[in-house]
Design a protein around this ligand. Structure first.
Ligand code: GLU
Length: 186
């Protein structure tokens, strides 16, 4: 179990994400993290409670109008900074995921053959590399997430962002339609 939250607004969403994580902390408290999307992804992770993450976020002055966050209760991979969410691919794509990807080992092997380097022991990391792989074909975050979930076995609710589409967030839950959050430009 864990808690995930995404926020899109015309103001800095970091306070919304942190408050959301505080409310979701009962779902997992071995580590926490967030990503805000600007020209680059600004990722902050911490082992331990949401309060440690909030302190790091203040120190690093992380800000953005679109972001995703997560508070973890580990199922795959020990609680440690390398396994703390969100997981990134190519410093351009990020995912937060609640659930278990049952076929993660075979997907990991295929992705490693394709040249992806894994930085964590989690099942979640396959998702973000798959999205990156399919984005190279479609240049469309929604299409890439659709192609990715077609390969996943198991349970998931997830939110995905990428720096190539900084105003967009794609969220999906097993058995439910895809949702797209988008910043409205002035
Ligand atoms: N399987 C993921 C992990 O271990 C998500 C855990 C969860 O949903 O509780 O990081």
């Amino acid at each position: 179990m864990c808690g995930i939250i995404g926020a899109v607004a015309q103001r800095n969403v970091v306070p919304i994400l942190i408050e959301g994580l505080r409310r979701l902390e009962y779902r997992g408290y071995d580590s926490a993290g967030l990503v805000v999307v600007n020209d680059e992804l600004h990722c902050v992770r911490s082992t331990g409670r949401v309060e440690s993450l909030a302190r790091l976020v203040r120190e690093q002055d992380a800000q953005g109008m679109l972001g995703i966050a997560y508070t973890r209760w580990a199922t795959h991979g020990v609680p440690a900074e390398r396994n703390a969410p969100p997981h990134l691919s190519d410093d351009a794509f990020a995912v937060v995921h609640n659930g278990i990807i049952e076929n993660h080992e075979s997907l990991r092997r295929q992705l490693e053959k394709a040249g992806y380097e894994f930085l964590s022991d989690t099942d979640t990391e396959v998702i973000v590399h798959l999205v990156h792989l399919y984005y190279r074909e479609s240049n469309d975050l929604l299409a890439a997430v659709q192609a990715c979930i077609a390969l996943l076995k198991g349970a998931y609710a997830m939110a995905v962002v990428c720096r190539h589409e900084p105003a967009r967030m794609v969220c999906v839950r097993l058995g439910n339609p895809l949702l797209i959050g988008q910043c409205i430009e002035d």
